[in-house]
Design a protein around this ligand. Structure first.
Ligand code: HAM
Length: 421
């Protein structure tokens, strides 16, 4: 029988070191920024009742085409799905636990969408995000957007554009949808076949079409901003004024519609100008003032965003910023005695908080030094018969700056600590 030849499933991939270290560093940077802004971490289940995600919009691709859903082994079986995003789970959690508002949470984790994979588009991808529930103060919108903006900057990204729009609310959306529907119906014969189908389900989503034959019609379509009520417009103006005050540049993008149906009022997207247009959305979010109620909770406004870590790191590659962090291993222990010195020395360095590594299988000095050089460690701690006899260790600077010296075995940890400082 031929040996099996398994591969990671289509649209998924293994993230190996050192790239995994870079991701971890980006996640840590996000956690730090979010905590600094008063958000606490929420850890939600990776799967939920399918009904939770149906609230994302029965006419969205995410729900109709991209759900990884399955039945469990219960009697009767429950229809579950891997999460395609986390906002619905956070709102379900709010409805379930009823925390005191405003409730500010951040998250990170894998999401799952059955998409056609390509560069920057995966079936399992990683998001970081925040949600603020229980206030519709426009300053909460500004705080959330500023957090996203500052996070990109903290990674060193400079070519990020913030697109901003208001999608109105139930007081002004119906009139707009009616105007849009009748405009698109008038132009029905010129629309792409796909957009004709979309029009039946949700006219707003037609604005999202990238098909060339729809371009001209979309460009002349009525705009939501012209239908905002005074109250919704004031809210949007206050968001813009807050961003101005913080010096965060944005582009008003009146045709920005997001891929999920729950949005009301403020909506935004972060675009990486260094990436090709198909995958340049590195994050997005907005208000979803009806979602908690839809999920069985009290009427609760909400605002948040999710940023796609995979694409962010592609943008970092394109801008040549946020390099792989320095290796954690600082000392490589080379033991040519065949005894257990490496075991003991590594353990004392590690318990003192100093990254230490070694080889196994009693390899030659030359072979061990080769691995030491490759490891990225700054120092080699070499121990042979000579050193054992005198109770010492030879410390060699692997960058060749300060040569080598002998230190007493008992002083090794403190000497290394000093040299690394
Ligand atoms: P979203 O726009 O669907 O929004 O996803 C946010 C980000 O996740 C995208 O901008 C992109 O960077 C990344 N992303 C989405 N799909 C993929 C994929 N297949 N492969 C790689 N990256 C991907 C949401 O998920 C909302 N929950 C955001 C939100 C939070 N709105 C309010 N609060």
């Amino acid at each position: 029988m031929a040996a099996p030849n398994f591969r990671a499933p289509k649209g998924t991939r293994d993230i190996l070191p050192p790239e995994s270290g870079r991701r971890r560093a980006a996640l840590d940077a996000f956690a730090e920024q979010a905590e600094l802004a008063g958000f606490g971490e929420i850890m939600s289940p990776i799967f939920e009742d399918l009904g939770v995600f149906k609230r994302l919009g029965e006419s969205t691709d995410v729900v109709t085409k991209e759900m990884f859903d399955f039945f469990d082994k219960g009697d009767p079986p429950q229809h579950l799905a891997l999460r395609p995003e986390l906002t619905a789970s956070v709102c379900r959690g709010f409805a379930e636990h009823r925390p005191t508002p405003p409730w500010k949470v951040w998250y990170e984790g894998p999401q799952f969408r059955y998409e056609q994979p390509q560069a920057g588009r995966y079936r399992q991808f990683h998001q970081v995000g925040v949600e603020t529930l229980g206030t519709d103060d426009p300053q909460a919108d500004v705080d959330v957007i500023a957090l996203g903006w500052n996070f990109y900057a903290s990674l060193g990204l400079r070519q990020i554009t913030l697109l901003l729009n208001s999608l109105g609310d139930p007081s002004c959306r119906p009139a707009y949808l009616e105007a849009l529907r009748s405009y698109l119906t008038e132009n029905y014969s010129s629309l792409s076949t796909q957009s004709r189908v979309t029009l039946e389900r949700n006219p707003l989503r037609v604005l999202d079409s990238k098909r060339p034959e729809d371009g001209e019609i979309i460009a002349a379509a009525p705009l939501m901003v012209d239908f905002l009520t005074d109250e919704t417009r004031d809210h949007f103006d206050a968001v813009c004024a807050g961003l101005d005050q913080l010096g965060i540049p944005y582009e008003l993008s009146p045709r920005l519609v997001r891929g999920l149906d729950y949005y009301t009022r403020t909506t935004f997207e972060f675009v990486a100008d260094a990436l090709s247009t198909a995958q340049n959305a590195v994050g997005g979010g907005g208000r979803y003032d009806g979602l908690v109620e839809d999920l069985g909770g009290p009427a609760t406004p909400g605002i948040g965003f999710a940023l796609g870590l995979d694409r962010i790191l592609l943008a970092c590659d394109a801008e040549k910023v946020f390099a792989t962090p320095e290796p954690v291993t600082k000392v490589f222990v080379v033991d040519v005695t065949g005894g257990n010195h490496a075991l003991v020395i590594c353990n004392s360095l590690r318990t003192a908080g100093i990254g230490a590594d070694r080889t196994y299988d009693s390899r030659s000095m030359k072979a061990q030094m080769k691995v030491a050089d490759r490891s990225g460690a700054l120092l080699a701690a070499i121990i042979g018969e000579d050193e054992v006899a005198s109770g010492e260790v030879t410390l060699r600077d692997l960058r060749g700056e300060t040569g080598q010296r002998r230190v007493a075995l008992g002083d090794l940890v403190s000497t290394v600590g000093r040299l690394l400082r």
